[in-house]
Design a protein around this ligand. Structure first.
Ligand code: NAD
Length: 471
């Protein structure tokens, strides 16, 4: 049992004013593994004041100084890599494979920010004027539970690269992961107040940050519903916002695709991070003429997907993060059945022998119509919907017939053809014939998947504001 009863303000671990205690539960067996005392509005105010004071000097630091700070943060996290994986598996229930990758992503948040900074020009001549790209001020960073430390590291890295300071509100369900991260950040020895972290509830600490006049920008990853709340409220103080929200990503299998490669890839895309991924490829678009072959391959592949103890090296799908999330996924599986979709594999209830944790059966629905709720709403669990199409044009139309636009996948034996289709998909990223990630390329969504881009040079540009000097 680990008790966390401090937050981090102005370079020190301090006792919060808030008194609400939140239980931390291991999702693999629903046993209590810790408790965290949550901060309140007073704590958020103190953190914002510390970040505001630190901004005065931190905004004046050179590129070289910021690069050195980013390297120190990177090295401090790297030195405890194994512990990060262990605590994430236990507290979040992510698979060993996913948690290992997630820690690498957290580290690459720092290294890629360093790479961007090396060539980024904070001053340029435009016309006859000098344009200075200024840091914004205090950045409020609000993150979800599904890759908590990765999001914190990449957002903090860009904040520091820009010369701004941060107040971070992570998911309360990730408190043990946050605590380890804070111990590392503290070791890194940055000036007091450059980053501050307040554990707390979204409607208390999160809302205080969103409404505060001394916060210049919100960088948020989370649900579209909360993203809308943030956008609405941020406008009163004209805060800048970067919103990374939900998705319902299409995976188009063109009629010439090699299904032996494409189906295992499609299952990985749908069930990545146990299905709790905003970029999961949850709508599989299949040419009608190849449906029978695809169904057979899907059954064969999904039967091999190991569900269970997230700490095992061969587990592909771990538990859902909480009982609430488990119930949400169950509700959608029931809904799919009620809507008339055909269950190909999986279904309601827990897999045999895994009744103690929040485990879901990896599920595939066929005969799904793109108007069904299981095709339109983000489920955030291992549930794949197969939708058929007749022509390439219809496939593109279905792919784009969604409120979201975060990521998409295209599979074809002809890469040029796949690229042509990719150019017509409305999504922030389109992956062709595989699962890739590029930390230097922009990441973010069209439509209700968000506003703005993260990562690489486009990511840093979201943290600066041009100021023109005319002499
Ligand atoms: P969530 O939106 O419920 O919570 C995210 C964060 O916002 C948490 O820290 C929460 O406490 C805080 N929050 C809640 N209400 C708030 C309020 N009124 N004001 C300010 N902050 C508030 O999301 P979640 O359930 O933690 O995470 C799952 C969601 O995140 C999914 O919808 C998923 O698609 C999305 N997500 C998006 C991306 C992306 O990059 N696009 C990545 C991962 C997850």
């Amino acid at each position: 049992m680990k008790t966390i009863n401090t937050i981090y303000v102005n370079g020190a671990f301090v006792k919060p004013h808030g008194t609400e205690v939140f239980d931390l539960i291991n999702p693999a067996d629903n046993q209590l593994i810790g408790k965290v005392t949550l901060g309140n509005e007073t704590d958020a105010d103190a953190a914002i004041a510390a970040a505001k004071a630190a901004f005065k000097t931190f905004s004046q630091t050179s590129k070289e100084e910021r690069i050195a700070y980013l390297q120190q943060l990177h090295d401090a996290v790297k030195s405890r890599e194994a512990e990060f994986i262990e605590v994430m598996v236990k507290e979040y229930g992510g698979t060993l494979h996913f948690c290992t990758m997630s820690v690498q992503n957290a580290l690459s948040g720092f290294t890629s920010a360093i790479e961007v900074l090396k060539t980024f020009e904070f001053q340029k001549m435009v016309g006859k004027s000098k344009v200075m790209l200024q840091p914004l001020g205090v950045v409020g960073i609000i993150t979800p539970w599904n890759a908590s430390n990765g999001f914190i590291c990449s957002k903090l890295a860009m904040t520091i690269a820009s010369g701004s300071t941060a107040v971070i509100k992570p998911s309360e369900m990730s408190a043990q992961q946050t605590q380890l991260l804070l111990e590392c950040f503290h070791e890194a020895g940055l000036p007091n107040g450059v980053f501050n972290v307040v554990n707390g509830r979204g409607d208390v600490v999160g809302a205080t940050i969103v409404n505060h006049r001394d916060v210049a920008k919100i960088s948020f990853t989370g649900s579209t519903a909360v993203g809308k709340f943030i956008a609405r409220n941020a406008v009163d103080t004209m805060k800048r916002v970067t919103l990374e929200l939900g998705g319902k990503s299409p995976n188009i299998l063109l009629d010439d695709a090699n299904m032996d490669d494409a189906i295992p890839m499609a299952v990985s895309a749908a069930y990545m991070n146990s299905g709790q991924a905003c970029i999961a490829g949850t709508r599989l678009l299949v040419p009608e003429s190849r449906l029978e072959e695809v169904k057979e391959l899907l059954i064969e592949t999904v039967e091999q997907v190991k569900v269970g103890n997230p700490a095992s090296t061969d587990t592909v799908v771990g538990p859902m993060v909480s009982q609430k999330q488990y119930e949400r996924v169950q509700k959608y599986i029931e809904l799919g059945l009620e809507e008339g979709a055909e269950l190909l594999i999986g279904g309601p209830g827990k897999p045999e022998g895994l009744e103690a944790g929040n485990f879901v059966k990896p599920t595939v629905f066929v005969n799904v119509n793109n108007n069904m709720r299981i095709a339109r709403e983000e489920i955030f669990g291992p549930v794949l919907s197969v939708i058929t199409y007749k022509t390439e044009e219809e496939a593109i139309e279905i792919a784009n017939d969604t409120d979201y636009g975060l990521q998409a996948y295209v599979n074809s034996a002809n890469v040029l053809r796949a690229k042509k289709v990719a150019s017509q998909i409305v999504a922030g990223r389109v992956l062709i014939n595989g699962l890739y990630h590029d930390p230097m390329a922009p990441f973010g969504g069209f439509k209700q998947s968000g506003i703005g881009r993260e990562m690489g040079v486009y990511g840093l540009e979201e943290y600066v504001e041009p100021k023109t000097i005319l002499v």
